[in-house]
Design a protein around this ligand. Structure first.
Ligand code: PMV
Length: 360
């Protein structure tokens, strides 16, 4: 079995003095949620997500060799302007991945990054951002070690992204990714995300995700703090075994296309995630009144029309509405007629399942 040690770089076969790369990486939305972790960003339970298509980070990494290798050195630009407050996060990321990428201190980097979704929309950019940066670093590593295989390139990119932000490891590939050991998913690993290995039912082709921006404010509790609160959480063990069970069920559902069962697992996972937050100590609530109003409207619409629309949530107040492509027109009409009023400034983003990071 592949272990952490296999990802330590020790093959400096080429000398590279300067260059630049550019990658885009998408956001992702979990169906079975990751909430709770062990040391080194090892998940407490396996998770599975749809990779998104339009919500992306685009990052250009410029690098020049420097003579002094004692420190990390980088400039950070966000939308073309220096962004000092993002720097500690990148510094920490470099420190975490240094053991795997010892060449990082040999270069000065210019990291130039932007998102395709509105700034501070409440859509977490850490997954797409860390994934895009990890891809660029792997492009540099590939230059240093041209013999690297494609599989290793993507696996290590996912491992590096995980060390930046856990769920970022699911943003490297598409269109459905599993992260965390699960007995029924061949090749699954706590170290990196893998493409869902089975054939997926046509019901999930181009599955839609419309993201309703309910609250764009800063989260009052970061996901780092939230994960930590799963230590000594009274329901933690039950929750972790439930996630294993739900992943087994959703695996079958993704294969057989049963949308009723899909809806049941996805909505239950979203509410369980928030239930864990509400039952931790200290407890907290990230949903807003409009989050609940939207959920109730979705349930009513689904009951009345039998259209298989469901919701999921991440660690915030925004609502992701998931539905098959063949009910797109009716669902968008429903969103415009009944849900836009609950969104901050009427904002929502139409996305769909996508295929992972791309070199630009
Ligand atoms: O990757 P993090 O540490 O920001 O955690 C994200 C956790 C959730 O988005 C709530 C769930 C998930 O699996 O993406």
């Amino acid at each position: 079995m592949i272990s952490e040690k296999d990802f330590i770089f020790n093959q400096n076969t080429a000398i590279i003095n300067e260059g630049s790369f550019q990658w885009s990486a998408p956001s992702n939305i979990a169906l079975v949620k990751y909430w709770g972790k062990k040391e080194h960003q090892i998940p407490a339970n396996p998770s599975i997500s749809f990779t998104l298509n339009h919500c992306k980070t685009i990052t250009k990494l410029g690098f020049t060799k420097k003579s002094d290798s004692s420190n990390f050195s980088f400039d950070l630009l966000f939308e073309g302007k220096p962004k000092e407050d993002f720097k500690p996060k990148i510094q920490k990321f470099f420190e975490r991945i240094e053991v795997y990428c010892p060449y990082l201190k040999n270069y000065h980097f210019t990291i130039d990054t932007q998102n395709t979704f509105p700034h501070s929309s409440g859509i977490a950019s850490s997954a797409s951002g860390m994934a895009a940066l990890a891809m660029n670093i792997m492009s540099l590593e590939k230059e240093l070690n041209p013999a690297m295989t494609n599989d290793f390139f993507y696996q290590k990119a996912s491992l590096l992204a995980r060390l930046g932000s856990g769920s970022a490891c699911r943003s490297i590939k598409g269109n459905i990714v599993v992260w965390g050991n699960h007995k029924e998913i061949n090749g699954s690993s706590d170290l990196f995300g893998v493409e869902f290995p089975s054939e997926v039912h046509a019901n999930f082709n181009n599955y839609q995700d419309t993201i309703l921006l309910v609250d764009k404010g800063e989260k009052q509790v970061s996901s780092t703090v939230g994960h930590d609160l799963m230590h000594n959480h009274p329901f933690a063990e039950q929750r972790f075994s439930q996630a294993h069970h739900n992943l087994s069920t959703i695996k079958r559902v993704l294969e057989n296309g049963n949308l009723d069962e899909f809806i049941q697992i996805v909505e239950s996972e979203a509410l369980t995630l928030h239930a864990m937050m509400m039952t931790s100590m200290p407890y907290f609530i990230l949903m807003k009144p409009n989050t609940l109003a939207i959920i109730n409207k979705i349930w009513k619409f689904r009951n009345e029309t039998r259209i298989p629309v469901c919701f999921t949530l991440d660690a915030g107040a925004n609502v992701h509405i998931l539905y098959p492509e063949n009910v797109r027109v009716e669902t968008l009409q429903f969103i415009k007629d009944e849900l836009v009023g609950y969104c901050q400034n009427g904002q929502y983003i139409c996305d769909e399942i996508g295929f992972g990071a791309q070199k630009l």
